[in-house]
Write a protein that binds this ligand. Structure first.
Ligand code: ADP
Length: 374
């Protein structure tokens, strides 16, 4: 049995009156891992986090930490600590006293509190400011104090609710590195709620994508980004085009798909598909090239360039393709400038067949406001 903060969430439901915030959810978070929960606002991330922390009761189900059922165990007795977005530091206490405050509740002696407070401040590189008041710190420093305070009780699980959202871009990226380093050093489980995809991808060993109180998909950053299960995940994580078509023929796990304009694509499928069935597949925006396809091993389609956006390392090319939603290509800048395109041009786009990734579920084209955030 892992003793470093494995979390097992079994059939957990949380209802607020008529609202089901978390819906019969199962999830295992490996001990000693960095887990990021992501999903649109209102999908139940914070509610789930608060239930793990013991700040919220469950309507049904159970939560185990290191194999112990903590469903009805008090906050502070279940090996978890929580860091909030608003740091909630005591303005009249020095950093040392702020950090050591949880130990005071536990009736630890003054000398030991001071020693352990300093130890923790050292961990977050603030020992030299130990006697200052919170008001004498920058926002980033205040946050590190809050982190030290959360960690002083030696939790096996640290829960972080949008910990970086109050910081400016520069500090956010620095703090991100710091959080990852700290998690690595301590070897405990971090569960971090965010609504920023790049943050989740950069930090997490395990990404959990939620929607409407359920887990849509969980896996490593690379799996979630590269092998989205559903159109929802592909849209939410971004970086993909979704093509809809129907199966023309199927052979040895390879389906021949035809879209509404008659373009044909090979789609490799891990599950059975049959002729006539409608399917969706995803193709990464950065795997597509412009120009005639070489040979018959390429999937291709034709469209009109509607927009070009220089992004530094790549150029974002938007195509209008008959019968499809906007088709986006990320061309490396050197590739683009070798043969610059212009809006209004009709071009052919192609990519290797094996890049077509079959998506489960329906093409829910309600769209997501965050799909284009990176
Ligand atoms: P997220 O963190 O993903 O934005 P939340 O967990 O905060 O989502 O909320 C999930 C759902 O539960 C939302 O519909 C929200 O309005 C509702 N909810 C959350 N907390 C409460 C509460 N204390 N009372 C009533 N409804 C709540």
């Amino acid at each position: 049995m892992s003793m470093n903060g494995e979390i097992l969430i079994e059939r957990v439901t949380k209802k607020y009156g008529p609202v089901t915030a978390v819906d019969n959810l199962d999830l295992k978070i490996e001990g000693g891992s960095y887990c990021c929960m992501i999903g649109p606002s209102g999908c139940g991330k914070s509610t789930l986090l608060r239930m793990i922390a013991g700040h919220e009761t469950l309507t049904a189900g159970s939560i185990k930490i290191n194999g112990n059922d903590v469903t009805n165990v008090r906050t502070g007795q279940r090996g978890t600590a929580m860091m909030f977005q608003s740091y909630a530091l005591f303005p009249h206490l020095t950093l040392t006293d702020n950090v050591a405050f949880p130990l005071k509740i536990d009736k630890v002696s003054t000398a030991e509190r001071r020693e352990r407070g300093h130890e923790m401040l050292d961990r977050v590189q603030l020992l030299h400011l130990a006697d200052r008041l919170p008001s004498e710190l920058s926002g980033g420093q205040q946050q590190r104090v809050a982190l030290a305070r959360a960690l002083i009780t030696n939790p096996q699980v640290l829960l972080l609710d949008e910990p970086l959202s109050a910081l400016d871009e520069f500090l956010r990226l620095r703090m991100r590195v710091e959080l990852k380093r700290l998690q690595n050093d301590l070897g405990i489980t971090f569960v971090h709620v965010t609504h920023t995809q790049p943050e989740a991808i950069a930090l997490a060993d395990q990404v959990v994508v939620m929607d409407h109180g359920i887990v849509e998909q969980t896996g490593s950053s690379r799996e979630i980004y590269d092998e989205p299960h559903s159109p929802y995940i592909a849209r939410f994580m971004g970086g993909q085009n979704i093509i809809s078509g129907s199966v023309d023929s199927e052979e040895n796990g390879q389906a021949m798909a035809v879209d509404f304009s008659g373009n044909r694509f090979v789609v490799s499928s891990k599950r059975d598909v049959k002729a006539g069935e409608e399917l969706n597949f995803a193709i990464r925006r950065d795997r597509i090239r412009i120009g005639s396809a070489d040979g018959d091993h390429q999937s291709a389609l034709t469209g009109i360039v509607t927009n070009l956006e220089y992004q530094g390392t790549f150029v974002k090319v938007a195509l209008d393709v008959e019968g499809h939603e906007e088709f986006i290509i990320y061309l490396p800048d050197d590739v683009f400038f070798e043969n610059p395109l212009e809006t209004g041009h009709t071009v052919s786009a192609h990519w290797p067949n094996e890049m077509n990734f079959h998506l489960l579920g329906k093409n829910d084209s309600t769209g997501n406001p965050m799909e284009d955030s990176h």
